[in-house]
Design a binder for this molecule. Structure first.
Ligand SMILES: C=C1C[C@]23C[C@@]1(O)CC[C@H]2[C@@]12CC[C@H](O)[C@@](C)(C(=O)O1)[C@H]2[C@@H]3C(=O)O
Ligand code: AKG
Ligand code: FE2
Length: 335
């Protein structure tokens, strides 16, 4: 007998024990982009959490639902079909394996660029003519979310009282910007319910995002958790009408540590599938990532050694998800 696809033994995955998934944070900063005070609130949120939720974001609901339904269609295809768009090295379809260093999670995903031409080459072999619908939905969504990310970065610069207003956003607007996009699908894990009452299966292990800013939108399934400054983990109540913003490592460096990238992870759900879409706004590869002089007070020194995004990205790709990548670029304080 030939077994073609055996069920993955869930024991090979990682878990967190005794994690209270019902510890929801009521105080996640909520930023209303139509509120003139939002620039100050954004700065406070980035200082305290490196994370916030955005409403009145201006991204048309149509764009969101179109991309979600195309993504659902893609992930509903039989595995051998989806696998034609893989492996994700670095772009394409991936299943359980995350990155190249042995991380695994209860997730399948499409790791994409923000370049429509390259993306359509990835889908071509799987979807044929139908790839146009997914490609179109991706384009309109990415264009709109990038605009929102830039607006947020400009409000951030205003809130920090630094000039020019586009000091951060120009890095995403640059033609050479090394931004990325990801669709994650976390299937429900029914075995969880029966077997693992005190354990939570890891969908996407803890990490910080290395870029400048990440814009995350998910369906209404729970799973996302962020780590607070005291090290505790808090579940983020899902909200399909809003976006969640993560401060990335590069923004931490640009602000000389005033903003800190947020550690986050996703836990698998036993009943419902989770679908998330994340835009990672990154700088050009040649960009020097260093604290902005306008943010350095008095004789304050940079906390980081000098590096380019190309150098940091290489370090990212050769690290495990949970590694402290910025540690390699942090200056040792003189005693
Ligand atoms: C294990 C890995 C996956 C990752 C590259 C890395 O070696 C370490 C960082 C990971 C991460 C996390 C945020 C984003 O999802 C991502 C695309 C990124 O830029 O850094 C992933 C990387 C990936 O999946 O290739
Ligand atoms: O899927 C999610 O909700 C978050 C995933 C994530 O953090 C990532 O892809 O970097
Ligand atoms: Fe992330």
């Amino acid at each position: 007998m030939v077994i073609l696809y055996s069920k993955p033994a869930i024991e090979q995955f990682s878990y967190v024990r005794n994690c209270k998934t019902n510890k929801f944070l009521s105080g996640i900063p909520l930023i209303d982009l139509s509120n003139p005070e939002s620039k100050h609130q954004i700065v406070m949120a980035c200082e305290e959490f490196g994370f916030f939720k955005v409403i009145n974001h201006g991204v048309p609901m149509d764009f969101i639902t179109r991309l979600e339904s195309e993504a659902v269609k893609f992930f509903s295809l039989p595995f051998p079909e989806k696998a034609k768009a893989g492996p994700a090295t670095p772009f394409g379809y991936g299943n359980k394996d995350i990155g190249r260093q042995g991380d695994i999670g209860w997730v399948e995903y499409l790791m994409l660029t923000t370049n429509p031409q390259l993306n359509s080459e990835i889908f071509q072999s799987v979807l044929g003519e139908n790839q146009k619908k997914l490609g179109f939905a991706l384009d309109e969504y990415i264009t709109s979310v990038k605009k929102m990310a830039c607006e947020i970065l400009e409000l951030m610069a205003e809130g920090l009282k630094i000039q020019p207003r586009n000091v951060f956003s120009k890095l995403l607007m640059d033609e050479q910007s090394d931004s990325a996009f990801r669709l994650n699908h976390y299937p429900p894990c029914s075995e969880l319910q029966e077997a693992l009452s005190d354990r939570n299966l890891i969908g996407f292990g803890e990490h910080t995002d290395p870029q400048i800013i990440s814009v995350l939108r998910s369906n209404n399934t729970t799973g996302l958790q962020i780590s607070l400054r005291d090290g505790s983990w808090i579940s983020v109540p899902p909200d399909e009408d809003s976006f969640f913003i993560n401060v990335g490592d590069s923004l931490q460096v640009l602000t000389n540590g005033r903003f800190q990238s947020v550690k986050h992870r996703v836990l698998a759900n036993s009943l419902k599938s989770r679908l998330s879409m994340i835009y990672f706004g990154g700088p050009p590869l040649s960009e020097k990532i260093a604290p902005l002089p306008s943010l350095m007070r008095g004789d304050q020194e940079s906390l980081y050694k000098e590096f380019t995004w190309f150098e940091y990205k290489n370090c990212v790709l050769s690290s495990r998800l949970s590694d402290n990548r910025l540690g390699n670029f942090t200056k040792i304080a003189a005693s």
